[in-house]
Design a protein around this ligand. Structure first.
Ligand code: ZN
Length: 260
């Protein structure tokens, strides 16, 4: 079993445009078009058996439609998909939509504060953290050395203020700011995924950063449509980890966290 714990999906008719938007934002060519069909074909070819799928609401008006789309996708492929809902700090009824996310069968919330343009520790986002505390994990995009919205330090402020909130810091909790994140989150109790990370450093460095978070708390993911699952797995298997640690990161930690 292999779970891709970080995959973005989009409805077919906007997938290409959305994927190009990500390319433009990061100045990196994304590999795929962000459709569910391509996720299954390229992931399946690499041996991925399950996918945690989500999408970011760049404006509050998108929240409801995204949650419906993710939920419908999960209902179509219940054995293959785990869905996270979208939320936005300017959404008018955060508590109500959080209840709806749960009733739709979604298992968490995804936030990307660089796309959504709010500081992770801005009090206007606190209602999201309050509503999710003890109920839904939040997958946070963390880190971008061009912006401060999603800085690791700001996530740490939230971790401290909301001790009952289950936090997953994407990209080892600090994309392009990995060493800074390592200092802040050493054995801090957060979860993290190692998507969009392994390409940027040596296998030894990546393994050190993973151990620093805890091998029982890191999830493997592709950041689909960004990376190819087969290549990401090849990078992952080069890390100096034990077979048991590999299994934990490839699926056991995700199963435990998401209560599957
Ligand atoms: Zn993401």
């Amino acid at each position: 079993m292999i779970i891709d714990a970080h995959a973005h999906i989009f409805p077919d008719k906007i997938a290409e445009r959305a994927a190009n938007g990500i390319s433009g934002f990061y100045g990196m060519k994304v590999r795929y078009n962000g459709s569910l069909g391509e996720l299954f074909s390229e992931g399946g070819a690499a041996g991925v058996t399950k996918y945690l799928v989500q999408s970011v609401a760049t404006v509050p008006e998108q929240v409801t439609a995204i949650n419906n789309f993710i939920s419908e996708s999960v209902k179509k492929y219940p054995d293959k998909l785990i869905g996270f809902g979208a939320m936005h700090p300017d959404f008018p009824d955060i508590a109500g939509e959080t209840e709806r996310i749960i009733s739709l069968g979604l298992c968490g919330i995804k936030l990307h504060s660089d796309f959504q343009r709010f500081d992770i520790d801005d009090p206007k986002a606190f209602p999201i953290y309050e509503a999710a505390s003890g109920r839904l994990p939040i997958l946070f995009h963390v880190g971008d050395n061009r912006y401060e919205y999603s800085s690791p330090r700001k996530l740490l402020n939230v971790v401290k203020k909301f001790p009952r909130l289950t936090v997953i810091g994407a990209h080892l909790a600090g994309w392009s700011r990995w060493d800074e994140a390592a200092e802040l989150f050493a054995h801090s109790g957060i979860y993290a995924d190692c998507s969009s990370t392994l390409y940027a450093m040596s296998p030894e460095h990546a393994a050190d950063l993973i151990r620093n978070i805890g091998t029982d708390r890191v999830l493997w993911g592709t950041d689909y449509p960004m990376w190819d699952a087969k290549e990401e797995l090849e990078r992952f298997y080069k890390l100096p980890l034990t077979a048991e640690e590999q299994e934990m990161i490839l699926y056991k930690n995700a199963l435990r966290l998401l209560g599957e």
